[in-house]
Every structure is written in C-alpha cells, then in structure tokens.
Write a protein that binds this ligand. Sequence first.
Ligand code: NAD
Ligand code: ZN
Length: 326
Amino acid sequence: MVLLFFLVYDHFDDKPLGERIPSEENDMVFFVDIQTHEPTTEQVDLIRDTILEKGMPAVIIGIGGGSLMDIAKATSLMVCNEGSSTLYQGLNLVKNPGVYAIGVPTISGTGAEVSMTAVLTGPEKKLGLKCDWTVLNQIVLDPDLIANVPTNQWFYTGMDNYIHCIESETGDFKNAYSKAFGDQSLKLCLEVFLGPEAGQTPENDEKLMIASMLGGLSLTYSEVGVCHALSYGLSYVFETRHGLANCICFNHLEDVYGEGVREFKQMVKRFKINIPQNLAKRWTEDEITAMAEIALPLEHMWRHAFGPNWKDKVNLEMIKDYYRRM
Ligand code: NAD
Ligand code: ZN
C-alpha cells in the first residue's frame, strides 16, 4: 500500500526542495511536467492509473503552482471515482469523496489552494471538477517557497489573484463574504504591486501568499467574470498559460472593469511587464470563432458579470469583438 503520494512540479526535481521531500519506504514521489501544457484530463487519468497500480494512497500531496494544486485535487477525487475525469468536468458531478489531500503552493495567485474547483483541460473543454469534495483538506503556506519565482511569472500569477478579486466584487453574485475576502486581498495586492515597498521581498511574499488565499475564498463565494471567460477561450485555442492569458484579456476590459484595469496598467508599467498586444491581427476568423465558442457556454461567468438579463447582451458576435480588441 502507498501511504503518501507526493505530486511535485518537476522543476524541483534537482533543486533543494525536491531533495527535502520527507518520503519514506511506502511513499511515492512523482515529478509532474506542467511546462508543456496546463493540467489535462488525460494527464490526471494517467497519474490515477499509475497510483492505483500500487494501491490506494492514504494521502495525496501536491507541491507546486496552481497546476499542481489542481492535479492533486483532481487526482485525490479520481482515485475514488471510476472512468475518465472528463466525466466529472462541471458542477457536482463527482460521485464519491476523494482521499485526504494536502497542497503546498510554490507560487501565489491562483487561489487554487483554497478554491472548490480543479481546473482541467479535456478534449472538449477547459472546465473544473467542482464540488465540495474538491477542496483540499490541508494547506501549508510557506512564503520562502515563492521567493525565487521569475518576475514575469510572479506578476502573471499575482495578477490572476488581482483579477479574481476585481471580478468577484464586480458582479451580481457578490456578497458580504466575497467582498470581505476580496477587499482584504486587494489591499495586500496593491501593497505588493504598487506600494512604496512593491516587489519581490520576503514581506511581500508573505502578503501575496495570504492575498492569494483570500482571493481564492472571494471567488469561491462569488464568481469570476468576463476576463476569465475570455481567458479560458484563449488558453484552450492557443494554450496560453492562465495568468498570462488573463493579463492579455484584462488589458482590454476597461469598459467593464474601469478602475481595476487602470490600476492593472500602472502595475504593468511599474514592473515593465510585457503584455502581448495586437494579437488579433494574426488570428484567423476561425480561431476567433473557436475561442468565442469556448467562452460563450461559461454562462455563470456572463450571468455574474452582466446580471440576470445577460442573454440580451452576450452573444457569439459580441464575444468575438472582445477578442478582436486583443
Ligand atoms: P503553474 O502551476 O502553471 O506554474 C507556472 C510556472 O510557474 C511554472 O512553469 C514555473 O515556471 C513557475 N514556478 C512555480 N513555482 C515556482 C518556484 N517556486 N520557483 C520558480 N518557478 C516556479 O502556475 P500558476 O499560475 O500558479 O497556475 C496556473 C494554473 O492554475 C492553470 O492551470 C489554471 O487553470 C489554474 N487555476 C486554477 C484555479 C482554481 O481555482 N483551481 C484558479 C486559477 C487558476
Ligand atoms: Zn484565475
């Protein structure tokens, strides 16, 4: 029987963190490639099958970024649920609770360490396995682990958190919980990315790690919005990574998220981050349509952003126009 199953971002294979993993005789350590693509249903199914060949694990531990949090969450569920993970992409489709799962984030911003979804890209859609059992049983937040994240990636993933909070607070599903968590997260985020002491410092690493957790709670009680719907389309068609895809989309959403986008642009300027622009010129009509066809069915996001009558406003052509701005 396998007791502890460690899923670790493969970048750490030959790094001090990789060597510090406290695995013992009956445990397994599995280094996961997340460079080639974001987590997929196929990848999770394969990891599940590999684990079950050895036996049912007692605990699954994910060490890495949002990708690893999601892989650990999904794998914990999939060792207890039959068939492919594609069957469970959606809300409350999972039949059995998973095994005990622990997350150790090494980059901050996705909020995946506390959210109730495990986002996977499948053959037909990029969509989370979302239910009460998806939430990790335990998380270990150690800001030292995020100290060496390259600046661009630090910014993109950090902005994922900023955008979660702006979207969660700007929409129909907002409520006292999402606002309380979102406000506090935004305050910390602004200190980290715009304050007099902005930048990658040990104090800010602590703040960002907490901001990410609070942002994840904010969006869990509310919903994400236009930026995430568009970003899912972009990631699906062009495999653009989540944080960067959000930045590309959010940059052009001043008419929806006004002050939030203006502040975002100040942060981009402050850290001299390159956000790709003029992309639509190179996109074909088919590619734009394909992205819009992924974004349109994300009804809960459109409903949150534009209210109960969202269908009067949101349609394929309108979404294609958003992509044409990019
Ligand atoms: P990631 O896990 O995809 O990792 C991105 C990169 O970060 C890696 O390639 C690596 O270069 C770098 N990295 C991570 N830790 C590092 C460290 N300590 N030192 C050096 N480099 C490090 O990044 P992410 O932005 O955290 O996660 C994105 C994923 O999270 C996407 O798959 C997205 O769909 C998912 N997501 C999930 C939720 C959720 O609620 N479940 C929310 C938002 C995003
Ligand atoms: Zn996000």
